[in-house]
Design a protein around this ligand. Structure first.
Ligand code: FMN
Length: 330
């Protein structure tokens, strides 16, 4: 049985360069219930980097998982302990990333070729600490879809005792295409996820890949244990304001309003000087997603970022909210 109490009906996918501590803070302001993920952090970085907190800091962003990349059993055991000590609810092993750098480090999707090693990693991570251990994987490797390959892989993995598996429902192609291509070229197959759930009804399988609207996500959440969305949230984090009502029957939705901006600025202001102002603000810049005629304001914001004028920046974002309100009312 799973140790934890959180629903994973709606999760934001781990995204390197995007699901930073600051983006996660914004996501949490917008939704209380969404299950969050960090970016992937390599186990060696987690163990040895002095700046690891720039990735793994957890400012009460629970429910949240820390995603790790690695295949060294001893390192991963230590990572489990660190995740627990940073108050994460879960540590997730990345078995889905196809990048060349990750393959060189012997982790990510190439680990699907060594299911016994993945099982051993997951067992050791569970034994090391009292934290939920999970995995994120693909449905296979290479050009051809092969359900038996996926099913044999999962059969081995569930013997580790883990109870939650996130599935990016397309193969990974390890040679010849980029990580970006690997998110669109291999074709999606949600049926594999439905089928594997029937074989392992006690395991939660969270569906990921190609879910590009909240309506689709909601419909799919009825057919699966939960859904995980990446690029929709990367492009338009503000849609998270609808998630608590839609998925968790919470009262009210959070439309874009001044309080969201003020809360976020209250969070970043003390951090200026410790982190770049661009990194601190970049989650908020998605506010212009799909808004026509915002070029002038965007240019002004970029200038103020260069000038490090945080109070002016706050005013510009508040001004934007006012303009939006007026255009809705007019
Ligand atoms: C910019 C970017 C960075 C990503 N970084 C990671 C990562 O660190 N770990 C991981 O497991 N997947 C990573 N992914 C893959 C996503 O987690 C997700 O599986 C993929 O985008 C498919 O979901 P989507 O169609 O909802 O975007 C990344 C995706 C994007 C777009």
């Amino acid at each position: 049985m799973s140790k934890d109490k959180y629903s994973r009906k709606f999760c934001v996918a781990p995204m390197m360069g995007y699901t930073t501590p600051h983006a996660r803070k914004l996501y949490r302001i917008l939704s209380q219930k969404t299950f969050l993920f960090t970016e992937m952090i390599a186990a060696s970085t987690m163990l040895h980097s002095k700046t690891k907190d720039l990735i793994i800091e957890n400012d009460l962003q629970n429910p949240i998982a820390l995603q790790v990349g690695g295949s060294d059993i001893d390192d991963l055991a230590l990572c489990s302990k660190i995740a627990k000590s940073y108050n994460y609810d879960e540590i997730n092993l990345n078995v889905g990333c196809p990048s060349k750098a990750v393959q060189k480090g012997s982790f990510g999707a190439c680990l699907m070729q060594d299911k016994k090693l993945v099982r051993a990693c997951l067992e050791t991570m569970q034994n090391a600490s009292d934290i939920e251990v999970t995995m994120k994987c693909r449905i296979g490797l290479g050009n051809d879809l092969n359900y038996d390959y996926f099913s044999t892989f999962i059969d081995e993995i569930v013997q580790s005792g883990i109870n939650i598996i996130y599935v990016h429902a397309r193969n990974a192609i390890l040679n010849g295409i980029s990580p970006k291509g690997n998110r669109s070229i291999p074709r999606l197959n949600y049926e594999f996820v439905k089928k594997i759930k029937k074989e392992h009804p006690h395991v939660q399988f969270i569906l990921n890949g190609g879910i590009d609207s909240l309506d689709k996500a909601y419909a799919l959440s009825k057919e699966h244990d939960g859904v995980m969305l990446g690029r929709l949230i990367q492009n338009n984090p503000f849609c998270l304001g609808k998630v608590d009502k839609l998925f968790f029957s919470f009262k009210g939705e959070k439309n874009l309003n001044k309080k969201i901006i003020l809360d976020y600025f209250n969070y970043i202001k003390p951090k200026i000087g410790n982190d770049s102002i661009f990194r601190l603000l970049s989650p908020l810049l998605q506010i212009f997603f799909g808004i026509p005629d915002s070029k002038k304001l965007k240019t002004e914001i970029h200038q103020q970022i260069k000038d490090q004028e945080i109070d002016n920046l706050e005013s510009l974002f508040l001004q934007f909210i006012n303009l939006q309100k007026k255009s809705i009312l007019s």
